[in-house]
Design a protein around this ligand. Sequence first.
Ligand SMILES: Cc1cc2nc3c(=O)[nH]c(=O)nc-3n(C[C@H](O)[C@H](O)[C@H](O)COP(=O)(O)OP(=O)(O)OC[C@H]3O[C@@H](n4cnc5c(N)ncnc54)[C@H](O)[C@@H]3O)c2cc1C
Ligand code: SF4
Length: 502
Amino acid sequence: MSHVAYQERGDVAVEADYVVVGTGAGGAAAAVVLARSGASVIMVEAGPWREPHDYAHSTYGAMRDMMDDWGSTFTMGRALWPVVQARLVGGTTVINSAICVRTPLDIFEEWQRDHGVGGPGFAERIWRFQDQLEDELCVAETAPESMGRSNQLALKGDAAAGFDGHVIKRYAKGCLGSGQCLQGCRSMRKQSTNLNYVPEVLRRGGQLLSCAPADRIVFEGTRAVGVSGRFIHPQTRSKGARFTARARKGVFIAASVTHSPVLLRRSGLTHAAVGAGFRAHPGTGVFGVYDEPVDQNFGVTQGWASTRFREDGGLKLETLSIPMEMAISRLAGGGRAFMERIVGYRHLAMWVHALRARSVGSVRAGFGGKPIVRYSFDEYDMARFRAGMVRVAELHFAAGATAVLPGIQGLPYSLGPGELDVIANGPLDPRRYVAILSHLFGGCMMGADVTRSVCDARGRVHGRQGLYVADASLMPNNIGINPQHTIMALAMLVAEDALAER
Ligand SMILES: Cc1cc2nc3c(=O)[nH]c(=O)nc-3n(C[C@H](O)[C@H](O)[C@H](O)COP(=O)(O)OP(=O)(O)OC[C@H]3O[C@@H](n4cnc5c(N)ncnc54)[C@H](O)[C@@H]3O)c2cc1C
Ligand code: SF4
């Protein structure tokens, strides 16, 4: 059988040329390159297979069915900020906004200058894979009819404020603008990897073990020869049968920034660099209040962005429509006043910024193997984070908002156009801000210095044979752009180079 889901008893043992752990952005991209070469591939995925018609409508349902540990991973530091990742076939591509951004040249220059990876021809190879991905995953600019009012207002504000923004390109085919990307696209317009590369690997004779978190990498001497673990029931979370997936030629780890380093450590790779270099784009939103209804839940989830402040300020500004129940969690108060604020939901537009933070953290295994992310913001990052909120508020006022709701603890609930200095002089304590970390980097960083890195530029784990990393954990810096396109192209490059070794 090509897909083996949860098994209560009866050990499962399978074998192929390659085993790929994780089916998200990196894992699925690596697996499809391997399968297209004619190699046999087993994909081992911690989460379940979910059919799009079965995706939850609500945020609560998405957290229950799709998120890693119900979305309960938080940064351990000065502030407890959620670290959001998915756990199902397709990984975080199922719950993301499908924004596609090509890797800029300065990233390759930084990788080479600071980490000794890359060099002549490297950027061109990544860009070639990105051409291929754009073609295969139907990347296109959001069509005007899918934009919705929130994105149109951002375009208007941008024209007035001069933020040099643009309509976002996404991996979506005929997006209907239903604003449901974060709960999974039930109409299958978003090109998450569970709809394309994972089924293609299966069609090419590959196998999938789902509900199957790999617990250990199996070694013979220093050569990786497979992975093992126990099935986990997708609802009860109870443990089932054992599984072993053996690899004749290589094992690819693509279990995400939080899980890949933990899996390596559990498997005996206790080198200090494993789990080091955790970086992120902490982001937060500011609501704009408009006289006319915005109805942010109609229109594409994210349709407008500006990178004008990427170099100077490390900021990316974007629209982000969020479901009503998530919006309500940002509306403070109680009783009648709170009910009135909820009624006002139709008049709110949520726009966000994501910061290219310089702060660095780490990932380690906690109780029961759950990743512990230690991460705190320094004052420099906090000041830029706060400045990003001012930019978002400026954009709202330029678009005609009558007020903004900054959501900063201790500050007024609502601010008018002349009151932006209240945010600009706001607190520098991260605990007063609501933020999430959704773009993550590092943990198994690539680099030339074996004391500071886990892998080389071809994803090969130092000191081991047949073991590769092919996900966001490879990235040695914070790239300051939406990362999926870079992760997928990097994973394809790692897979292509592994095939060339044979
Ligand atoms: C809400 C949200 C919106 C986003 N929007 C965008 C966007 O619009 N554009 C963009 O470029 N980026 C976006 N991102 C980020 C992007 O989705 C991620 O950076 C990317 O998916 C990471 O790829 P990955 O392969 O490293 O990990 P993932 O895609 O998370 O895949 C990891 C996979 O490994 C599995 N796994 C974990 N542990 C194990 C184990 N032990 N054994 C087996 N399997 C395991 C997981 O279940 C998961 O399926 C968004 C992220 C979030 C959270
Ligand atoms: S906005 Fe709606 S239709 Fe478009 S990709 Fe997202 S969930 Fe799918």
